[in-house]
Design a binder for this molecule. Sequence first.
Ligand code: GLP
Length: 241
Amino acid sequence: MKIKKVKNYEEMSRIAAELIIDKVRSNPSINLGLATGSTPVGMYEKLVQDHQEKGTSYKSVKTFNLDEYIGLSSENPNSYRSFMNKQLFNHIDIPIENTHVPHGDAKDPSQECAEYEALLKKNGGVDLQILGIGGNGHIGFNEPGTSFQSETHIIELAESTRRANARFFNSLEEVPTQAITMGIASIMQSKEILLLVSGQKKSQAVKQLLQGDVGEHFPASVLKTHPNVTIIADEAALSEV
Ligand code: GLP
């Protein structure tokens, strides 16, 4: 894993965006794996700004999001589909049919998982996967204990994850209890991975990632076994290391 230490959230967002823009310009039909959460918001803002000012085109880019809450329709403002449309897709020239987020309201969520995994494979997999990290080391929604062999699957959200994400909902009760997530094996298939980490509240997770053992108790630790991972972390996130 390569580690790029940056000053703060702003610098993390800018450097991550520059890296993506570079990749999109050199490979206009790149498959991007995208993440939600607060961490990539600043990066998405910078991609939009660059698209508007410098015209980087996403016409042939395909995107595959990591995860979606089960039970939320794509119109629900708390769905990750809504998040992606609002933060990025509505502001760049990507054809919406090139953007993929698991369907949280699929009649048969298990079938949806199988179809999503097949879609990834049919498209040749992800070239560059963007990741954040949960305080408990989750990547996508792969909670501690998830098999490293897992493909896209249904997961019971950890109580700590529901609490951490309750800030987006009216109450904790409204936070779904399950999600569809790309599995650890699906994520590890990506040719390249970019992990973004910012802030003091991630410092323990970063410490565990960098100093702890590889194991299913800490999902992000699997990244140590991938040949092409870059971590962009700010000073606060690295403060315990
Ligand atoms: C969420 C998402 C993850 C994200 C993580 C961290 O639950 N499913 O993909 O990386 O938790 O979120 P944040 O960036 O808001 O700290």
